[in-house]
Write a protein that binds this ligand. Structure first.
Ligand code: CO
Length: 131
């Protein structure tokens, strides 16, 4: 699976967006995802995408992440044609899944997360761009 985006947890979305703009990335979308407790921005340069995540509050998943670990790498996302099929395949391979079934994520794409304990300490997101 090809890398779809790298996600970074930040305390201030606007400030972080400016930093990545300085690296030549342009803002392509910004969205609030209440069920994930974040305000998210997607930045792009060529085929590379960076997702910035600002928590909606301290009791959200990303809020607790920032409290515990500080700003930094939050997850790696991989593009796939069928999240449900990949989840089933990874489950058979012994992966510990965060999501047993796909759910809507950024941009309305179907996504599912795999536990960081399975992928070297990094949370993994599967993204299905076409539904
Ligand atoms: Co993501």
């Amino acid at each position: 699976m090809e890398l779809h985006h790298v996600a970074v947890a930040v305390p201030d979305l606007a400030a972080a967006t400016e930093r990545y703009r300085a690296l030549g990335y342009r803002l392509v979308a910004e969205e609030t995802l209440p069920d994930q407790g974040v305000r998210a921005a997607m930045l792009q340069s060529g085929a590379s995408r960076i997702e910035l995540l600002e928590p909606l509050g301290p009791e959200t998943t990303v809020g607790r992440f920032l409290e515990k670990r500080g700003p930094g790498l939050h997850h790696l996302a991989f593009a796939c044609a069928d999240v449900s099929a990949e989840l089933a395949r990874l489950r058979r391979a012994g992966a510990r899944l965060v999501d047993e079934r796909p759910r809507p994520g950024f941009g309305g794409h179907l996504v599912a997360f795999v536990h960081p304990s399975w992928a070297g300490g990094v949370l993994v997101e599967l993204v299905q761009e076409e539904s």
